[in-house]
Ligand binder design. Structure first.
Ligand code: FES
Length: 135
């Protein structure tokens, strides 16, 4: 039985060379336990070495460096399991200055569904306020 690959449509934009953003489609082979951040790493390692994203995984839902927009929702890509044949739109977090492709500048406060985070000395991001209604 053939296992369908994952289809990722990924936002690409390098402000230094591109006139406007574009989306590129990639196919990633599915395997048991594959997570979205690992699939994005696969794209960079085997399909397109120019893809920029934060290649770090704390593995404990602490750092939030893997936050991206996936099908229009901000999620932690290091915790998003993938299923055979799934198709996803992957974009940088909205409302934050974009540096390149999926990399944004977290040097500012960041509202998320889990609360407000701010970059602190010695950490990537630290929760400073609980979630407010309407965020
Ligand atoms: S890599 Fe730390 S929360 Fe995803």
């Amino acid at each position: 039985m053939k296992i369908e690959p994952i289809s990722l449509k990924i936002f690409r934009y390098d402000p230094c060379i591109d006139l406007k953003p574009k989306y590129i489609d990639y196919k990633v082979p599915w395997r048991e336990g594959l997570l979205l951040l690992s699939a994005i790493k696969y794209v960079r390692d085997f399909l397109d070495e120019t893809l920029a994203f934060r290649d770090y995984c704390c593995g404990c839902s602490w750092c939030m460096s893997c936050l991206m927009m996936v099908d229009g929702k901000g999620i932690q890509t290091c915790f998003r399991p993938l299923h055979p044949g799934e198709s996803l739109l992957v974009e940088p977090m909205r409302g934050i200055p974009m540096i390149k492709d999926l990399v944004v500048d977290f040097g500012i406060t960041l509202p998320t569904p889990d609360g407000i985070f701010k970059k602190m000395e010695g950490t990537l991001l630290k929760k400073i306020k609980p979630q407010k209604e309407g965020l």
